[in-house]
Design a protein around this ligand. Sequence first.
Ligand code: ATP
Length: 248
Amino acid sequence: MPEAISSAAPLLEVEQLWVRYGGISAVKGISFQVRQGELVCLIGCNGAGKTTSLKALAGLLPCEARLARLNGSIDLTELAAHQRIAHGMALVPEGRGVFARLTIEENLDMGAYSQKDRAQIALDKERVYATFPRLKERRQQAAGTMSGGEQQMLAMGRALMGRPRLLLLDEPSMGLSPIMVDKIFEVVKTLHEAGTTILLVEQNANMALQIADRGYVLDSGEMLLSGPAQDLITDPRVREAYLGDGGV
Ligand code: ATP
């Protein structure tokens, strides 16, 4: 990890996060951090609590936390979901959540709904189109007619329209062909290299750890392990449980 990142201040700090569905705790007091400019992945099996954690961070699920702070001073527990977006948190949800009947361009405009500066919106859109040329080619097409991979690009592009300071990506590779998975991971890597701070939730632990600076391993709602991605990728416990026999 570049030194500038490893010594950067935490952009997101979470301590003792609990999320319950009725009487059942899905996330049991987990703590983690994402520093400015970092790409951090949260990996774990089906049902480990990854999506639940991200939704709670985005303000979409009620939760309790001893601390949930953005940028050193913003107390997330005090903020509704739309206020968290206004503070620069953008969630790309599992299943993409694009507006199927709207065109690609209209979907991107939805990502800029809270902004007033039209010139800036136009610039942001061009930046998204430069990242995802495929979206530009198809900009008048209804989003629902696009492939899963294209919809993933659109969901990410829509989130980027707000120039987020923290991008929360929930299982971007889910349900995609291997070629498209490679493309999406390539884009995540490029966004990271361009300075975007990213918290990436993935079941594809192998690929996530290959591009991340650091990782956290969630198991049955508890934080099992954490560390530099390069250490986790060679950790026998991670290799056995999450990377299969082949590993990397
Ligand atoms: P996946 O990769 O399958 O999405 P995950 O790690 O994201 O897994 P979550 O979806 O966060 O896991 O689920 C964590 C636990 O919470 C699981 O036991 C799941 O069954 C449970 N759960 C998730 N959503 C709900 C809900 N709406 N109501 C009740 N329980 C839920």
